[in-house]
Design a protein around this ligand. Structure first.
Ligand code: CA
Length: 475
């Protein structure tokens, strides 16, 4: 999978066109699915799409001062998706169901302000607020849906226009409460920002399920990346996916963003949604982030311990960085450059997990070319040619670890040995399988020049340079 955007793309409306033109190249390098950014109208044209205004406006209507979104028009979006499908690439839309921004008018209603660090604690008595919770979607004129959002469709809001004051304001009224089935950080983590959608309100549930089916059909989607699910009732997500899959088929793909470096929370979430959604492997990302920070002081033998991919290999989307972890983003935890070849070697060549490549790592950020594209092309090529068969792990040393893939009969000449070092030059004797005995292997990233012979037992002693990645394959 490739995440085809980064946080600093220019607001030029060109992304859909660029992706369309890139479709055949992506197919050639082995990309089989693309995660595209939120494609619907946000509160302003330059927004990345997460400040969602109108889910039904895919760059079609003159709203918020623009027809197109940051990434282009609906027509360009559809043409791009057609082109990706022609190249056998699936399309996953980024779906933001936690909140809405850019209300059209203010409404008056009763709230209590809550403690940001414990949202179950009121900071005072209920009072009347003026919030930007009214949505009329003038420019769309009821096309696709005549649903109008009001204050009672939300559980909280972040701004009182009467007093021009920000805070966390919990909306009061019959049946109003923070949702259950959300993360328990800060007492209850239902509220993230803007107008928090009340996913326990029956009208909201009906309308969003309807939208999910509509957008999947309208854009011929193959799956979704679900934003901010830590702040969304887990049962809503489960039923939402059931509704969409009832129309699109059981193979309709879903991966959720549960941003927490705590595998227990991820385990619990997976159980609550009955394993119907993949999750990004956030613990693995943080292990790689820490490894890149600590250098030789990081114990590489723990690199995949306690990660999602280690325990739920079929449900883990492995990634190195994304638009939130990259520099100057909200969850900044960017893996340092020296470690990126190792991080990508690990996720692209290991047997388990569904690897996701970040646009910024392949193409670069802020229009500046990425230093990692060459190594990524080498690793993507290695994934297609050699990364087959069983995996044998050698996470047995604090500074030099590795694994082998034995290869399989369907892919003649396949099989590989991967090593990473965060300290001195090292080497490791690893088994690649007796069927490889007598072969000479060489290193494909260019870090080592010698050859390694595979012995009678099917083992080789593979070197790796200090602070580098080595990938060995049959010459
Ligand atoms: Ca929420």
């Amino acid at each position: 999978m490739m995440q085809y955007f980064e946080w600093n793309l220019p607001n030029d409306g060109n992304l859909w066109k660029q992706l369309k033109e890139d479709a055949s190249h992506l197919h050639e390098i082995g990309v089989t699915a693309v995660w595209i950014p939120p494609a619907y109208k946000a509160d302003e044209q330059q927004d990345e799409g997460y400040a969602t205004y109108d889910l039904y406006d895919l760059g079609e209507f003159d709203q918020k001062g623009t027809v197109r979104t940051k990434y282009g028009t609906k027509e360009e979006l559809k043409e791009m998706i057609d082109e990706l499908h022609k190249n056998h690439i699936s399309v996953y839309l980024d779906v933001v169901l936690n909140h809405k921004a850019g209300g059209d008018f203010t409404e008056k209603f009763i709230v209590v302000e809550v403690d940001p660090n414990d949202r179950t604690q009121a900071l005072g008595k209920p009072f009347e607020i003026q919030g930007w919770t009214g949505y009329s979607f003038h420019g769309r004129k009821d096309k696709y849906s005549d649903f109008k959002w009001h204050w009672y469709h939300f559980s909280g809001t972040g701004f009182d226009d009467a007093k021009k004051r920000s805070g966390i304001f919990q909306i009061q009224g019959e049946g109003k409460a923070w949702s259950e089935g959300v993360d328990n950080e800060n007492g209850n983590y239902d509220f993230l920002l803007c107008n928090d959608i009340d996913l326990d309100h029956p009208e909201v549930v009906t309308e969003l399920n309807r939208w999910g089916k509509w957008v999947s059909k309208e854009l011929n989607l193959d799956g979704m990346r679900l934003d901010a699910i830590k702040h969304i009732n887990d049962q809503f997500i489960k039923h939402f996916l059931e509704a969409v899959r009832a129309e699109r088929g059981d193979r309709f793909y879903a991966v959720g963003e549960y941003w927490k470096n705590d595998k227990e929370s991820l385990d619990e979430y997976l159980a609550q949604v009955e394993y119907q959604v993949d999750l990004f492997d956030v613990p693995l990302h943080y292990h790689m982030f820490q490894a890149s920070q600590k250098g030789r002081d990081f114990d590489l033998s723990t690199l995949i311990e306690g990660t999602l991919v280690a325990d739920h290999p079929d449900l883990a989307v492995t990634f190195v960085d994304n638009h939130d972890s990259q520099k100057n983003s909200s969850l900044e935890s960017q893996v340092k450059d020296w470690f990126k070849p190792m991080a990508y070697g690990l996720i692209l060549l290991m047997k388990e997990g569904y690897p996701c490549i970040f646009y910024g790592d392949y193409y670069g950020v802020k229009g500046k070319k990425s230093p990692h594209r060459l190594i990524l092309d080498i690793l993507l090529d290695a994934r297609r040619r050699y990364a087959f068969g069983e995996q044998h792990n050698y996470f047995d040393h604090p500074n030099t670890v590795g694994f082998t893939r034995t290869g399989d009969t369907e892919h003649p000449g396949s099989g590989l040995a991967l090593l990473i070092s965060n300290g001195e030059d090292g080497h490791k004797t690893m088994a690649v399988g007796q069927h490889h005995r007598g072969e000479y292997w060489y290193e494909i990233t260019g870090n080592r020049k010698e050859e390694v012979m595979i012995d009678e037992k099917g083992e080789g002693t593979f070197p790796v340079s200090g602070g580098k990645l080595a990938v060995w394959v049959k010459r």
